[in-house]
Design a protein around this ligand. Structure first.
Ligand SMILES: Cc1cc2nc3c(=O)[nH]c(=O)nc-3n(C[C@H](O)[C@H](O)[C@H](O)COP(=O)(O)OP(=O)(O)OC[C@H]3O[C@@H](n4cnc5c(N)ncnc54)[C@H](O)[C@@H]3O)c2cc1C
Length: 469
């Protein structure tokens, strides 16, 4: 341990603030908002870690990153060692350092958080991961695994698939990822916007996996081009990680009007098809002065902040509960507010109103109030009588959630599904078909990057055991 500071001295250091682009500047472009810590800031923050024996923070991390150890190496200014520890536990550290909800995971359990601010574990993870990307020549080399002669097919190139693929390749198995889209990353690329997660970061993390020998075949739709049964014939095991990309419908009148988008379609056009480059792009995207986004999660924040960057004068979040109940990360809500996004709380949509020629003109809403808590522990929204009102809108974006896409499962009749169409898998990812494992959003429903990665990691260990039988 770096012991040149006493615990008292460590306690006296204040948490760093992440440098970021000014709100008025960034709300007109897609540049990354958070700029990353300087070397001095990272060192100072690393020295705040008390290196406690209990390692609570590790228990809060679904992939079990050795947090005190990598922070200690950083505090000792041994970045190659910090990077080796971090990358050994986490296949996508530069991604997680940017998008993980640390405040509810590792940092929520940090001992320092009991009396003040938790150690900024996510910022430090990002710092070390970015350093590693910029200094490939200084990284400690990984031993090449001995080839096992076994092969694994992975369906989907999102965080679950990428993590499982990396782990399996490190174990010496031959891994091929089949991806339906023409590019890698899953939601990381087509959902999360450039201003939160630059595409270059995804490219670099995926390149690390490719160096491990993972093959990625894009433009292959499992359920159309090939079936799960065909993969099982050609490979020794299969890992299904195709996410949950089918939008949940609002089921209100007017949903088919022109100008209504599902969040994933809106974000995919901008993030994957480059519609954000506007006139330079072949993919069209509507631009209107008033954009209403329905929902209160990370997806809703990404849509509304994207709409603002595309030029919306009034970019609005319409959410049926209060701000305290919003599932979006606190940082995303703060950034959205700074960028001029309007939050219309305790408001539920009743209908989308259109013009005679079929275009959206307004969102008809109803005021809500909070009643007793429901099963989720959050207070249930209840309609306020006679409180209907219209919000003028040229675009309405539905960001209330996603479900499993039946494209793959429709051609795999032996795969057991739950009532929502998600694949049923045990703790280790084993499905109802021997040798076929699954994890990530296709099993959990819409969750988080790190939970999907945790599934990928656990399933890789189980697949390895299965292949050794
Ligand atoms: C807009 C948005 C913002 C988010 N923000 C955050 C955040 O800030 N922090 C966070 O932790 N989580 C966030 N999430 C959630 C997180 O991104 C997901 O939980 C995570 O990506 C799930 O990983 P996955 O690997 O299971 O699936 P995905 O990332 O969905 O990847 C699945 C991949 O499988 C491919 N695929 C689908 N069907 C097939 C098929 N039939 N054949 C072949 N390939 C197929 C898809 O094209 C995709 O590439 C966000 C989600 C969205 C939509």
């Amino acid at each position: 341990m770096s012991n040149d500071l006493s615990p008292k001295e460590r306690m006296a250091i204040d948490r760093v603030h992440m440098p970021e682009l000014p709100a008025d500047e960034r709300s007109t472009n897609f540049e990354e908002v958070n700029l990353g810590l300087s070397a001095d800031q990272a060192l100072s923050e690393a020295q705040r870690c008390l290196q406690c024996k209990t390692r609570n923070c590790v228990a809060g991390c679904p992939v079990g990153v050795s947090i005190p150890e990598f922070i200690d190496a950083l505090a000792c200014d041994d970045l190659p060692k910090a990077a080796k520890i971090l990358r050994g536990d986490n296949a996508l550290p530069a991604v997680c350092g940017r998008v993980c909800p640390q405040e509810t995971q590792c940092e929520a359990l940090c001992v320092r958080g009991k009396k003040g601010d938790a150690v900024a574990i996510g910022y430090l993870e990002r710092y070390v991961a970015d350093w590693a990307m910029l200094h490939p020549d200084r990284l400690l080399k990984e031993a090449k695994p001995e080839a096992t002669g076994k092969s694994v097919a992975v369906v989907g190139c999102g965080p679950a698939g990428l993590t499982a693929a990396g782990e399996l390749a490190r174990m010496g198995h031959q891994v091929t990822i089949f991806e339906a889209l023409h590019d890698t990353g899953g939601v990381l690329r087509y959902g999360i916007p450039e201003f939160r997660l630059p595409k270059e970061i995804i490219d670099r993390e995926v390149a690390v996996l490719a160096e491990l020998g993972v093959t990625i075949e894009c433009n292959v739709i499992i359920g159309k081009t090939l079936t799960v049964a065909e993969l099982s014939e050609d490979y020794d095991a299969v890992f299904i990680a195709n996410g949950a990309g089918l939008p949940t419908m609002l089921n209100i009148p007017g949903e088919n009007l022109k100008g209504v988008y599902a969040a994933n379609e809106f974000l995919t056009r901008v993030n994957l098809m480059e519609a954000g480059r506007r006139e330079d792009s072949a993919t069209p995207i509507l631009q209107r002065d008033e954009v209403a986004v329905i929902g209160g999660g990370n997806t809703a924040m990404d849509c509304v902040r994207t709409a603002r960057r595309l030029g919306a004068k009034r970019a609005m979040i319409i959410y049926r509960r209060g701000e305290a109940e919003m599932p979006a990360r606190i940082e995303e809500i703060k950034h959205a507010k700074e960028e001029g996004v309007e939050f219309i709380m305790l408001t539920a949509p009743l209908a989308i109103v259109g013009t005679e020629d079929g275009w959206v003109s307004a969102l008809r809403c109803q005021k809500m109030e909070l009643g007793p808590a429901d099963d989720s522990g959050r207070r249930r929204p209840q309609p306020v009588a006679d409180s209907e009102f219209d919000i003028p809108a040229g675009i309405v974006i539905n960001a209330v959630g996603t479900n499993a896409n039946p494209l793959l499962t429709a051609t795999a009749p032996d795969l057991k599904l739950n009532k929502w169409g998600n694949v049923v898998a045990d703790e280790e990812g084993q499905t109802s078909i021997p040798g076929v494992f699954a994890g990530g959003d296709i099993v959990r429903g819409g969750a988080t990057v790190i939970l999907a990665m945790g599934d990928g990691k656990r399933a890789a260990a189980a697949i390895d055991q299965y292949l050794k039988r």
